[in-house]
Ligand binder design. Structure first.
Ligand code: NAG
Ligand code: NAG
Length: 249
């Protein structure tokens, strides 16, 4: 009995150690996508809205500058597909690009992607309520023809145009709520939350000073690995009990 539980203790340690180091790696990493660096690190020259990430970033200075351009070489993406996008709306898309390209703390939400242009993507990143609501409010007088901006464009001219049949409509007709916009526009890359920026439970697209998102990622990673630990512990316990019963017979 004693020997068996010692073996199981060793076994569960061997299993949980890699889980812990995996969690640490996920705290500071870059996804495998089109323009991301392989490892995060300092970038002295990050441009304008991407500057908050300069101490530790997955984007290069070039990517940060291109993030501010229309039809930039990053994705040839055309913000002005239904007339010119307003500046106050566009600044949120620039910030969204900075957040996506530069953030080194998206590890908990990185998933494999089955597209030609990237191997990994983000899913359900919990966005702070203010960042989503302000984005929506600042775009509410703009116009678009599509709900999901990842798919379904007409790319024949080299930039995305509205596909035939997709009419330009008021923003608020395409997206009735801030939640529908934040979640649907990039096919669930973001998850709408009612957490506020001071909660430590949501990711901030807009911030000043030290990156507050590391602590948030840490929170979600710990929660995940605590669940894994709890599962391991109960599995180990029930197996030990089972084994000792078998041995008694
Ligand atoms: C970024 O790099 C690309 C490719 O090397 C280049 O074409 C582009 O001009 C650069 N952009 C900036 C803003 O430096
Ligand atoms: C795509 O746009 C081109 C013109 O740029 C047009 O000729 C073609 O019919 C469009 N295709 C679809 C599927 O909308």
């Amino acid at each position: 009995m004693q020997r068996i539980s010692r073996v199981w203790l060793l076994f569960s340690m061997l299993v949980s150690l890699p889980l812990c180091s995996l969690a640490l790696e996920k705290l500071n990493m870059c996804m495998d996508a089109k323009h991301h660096k392989t490892e995060p690190g300092p970038e002295g020259e990050l441009y304008q809205q991407c500057a908050p990430w300069h101490e530790n970033a997955c984007c290069t200075a070039n990517t940060s500058a291109e993030a501010h351009e229309d039809n930039s070489y990053l994705y040839n993406f055309n913000w002005n597909h239904c007339g010119v996008m307003s500046q106050k709306c566009k600044k949120h898309f620039i910030q969204d690009t900075c957040f996506y390209e530069c953030s080194p703390h998206l590890g908990p939400w990185i998933q494999p992607a089955d597209t030609t242009w990237r191997k990994e993507r983000i899913i359900d990143v919990p966005l702070c309520m203010e960042d989503c609501e302000l984005w929506y409010n600042d775009c509410s007088n703009d116009v678009t023809c599509k709900e999901n901006w990842h798919k379904g464009w007409n790319w024949t001219s080299g930039i995305n145009r509205c596909p035939s049949g997709a009419k330009c409509q008021k923003w608020t007709d395409v997206f009735p709520t801030a939640q529908s916009m934040c979640e649907k526009i990039w096919s669930n890359s973001y998850k709408y939350t009612t957490y506020t920026k001071d909660s430590g439970r949501c990711m901030q697209m807009w911030f000043k000073g030290n990156n507050p998102n590391k602590k948030v990622a840490e929170f979600y990673l710990n929660r995940g690995s605590n669940t894994e630990m709890a599962m391991m512990t109960s599995l180990t316990l029930s197996l030990s009990v089972l084994l000792s019963i078998l041995q008694m017979q």
